[in-house]
Write a protein that binds this ligand. Sequence first.
Ligand SMILES: [Zn+2]
Length: 355
Amino acid sequence: MATPKFSKPTPNFHQELKKRVSDYFREKHLSRYGNSPLYLKAGIIVLTFILLYVHLVFFTPYWPFALLECLLLGAMTAFIGFNVMHDGAHGSFSDRPWVNKLAGLSINFLGANVFMWKTKHNVVHHSFTNVEGVDDDLNARPFLRLSPTQKKFKIHQFQHYYFIFTYSLLYLYWVFFTDYKKYVTKKVGMVPIQKMNLSDHISFWSFKAIHLILFLVIPIYMVGFSQWLIGFAVFGLFAGLLLTMVFQLAHSLEETAFPLPSPATNSLEDEWMIHQIRTTANFATDNKLLTWFLGGLNFQVEHHLFPKISHIHYPAISKIIKQACGEYNITYLEHQKLRRAFLSHFRHLRVLGTA
Ligand SMILES: [Zn+2]
């Protein structure tokens, strides 16, 4: 089965929005890439991660503090994902390709793989957002029904009670199972991954080995198996929960659309930009602290329309996008507060599980 096609662009909106955003960068003499505050933030987060790791593994504190540090290590993992890896893999972290490559590789040290991520996220998720059967982010089968076009099972009537537990498994499942599944099947869902050359294969296995040594072998040797198991579970479950929640609050809501291609033509109803706006929502964009930690992923509308622009510019270009959406009568989805987005996600799951 071929991936669906998008309708022809609505010339005025699509071209006009791109022009207005380009004009903004030209008039302000700004680069579209990251800047010094972003690199300082990346340094703080990565350094905090390393210090926590060293303290936990080599100077293990009394257990309540150790558990707290495991939670923080999980949070730093998610923050490296949001602020460093995600931007690097999109090529927006820096104007120097080698810096983006290095930033993208941070995911490999954390146990996943940037090669697989680029297909899953940059190609599949960013192109076919919320399209059932293509967007792999909708695939939590059989535990969760995330889109109205997915098959309903009896267990889904309880999904709004247990979804947080399922989300928390994401990181561990990703690192120890789905990466290998993609490697073996050479696909992300229905979409083939790019052909891997010899260096990609060597990189995949070398980094998986480095991860096992750093996160299993050394900690087990230093603190013992049972202590490691508890600490690693706390770290991995919390990282998974944070990573999943941020993406779900942007796409899996009462307000977001789940378009399907026409069976006759395999075409999606909307052109690509409108499709992104209908399937994506912002949340808590006035919360500067949250924006700092989430790498601008609470500005997902801006990210989906301009993924190659660094997240540091999203607050500014969101004003341009909102204005254009107003003029062209296109609904711009956002929740002012984090709790509103969470409740919308909760109700979405409840309706899909019970209706
Ligand atoms: Zn992205």
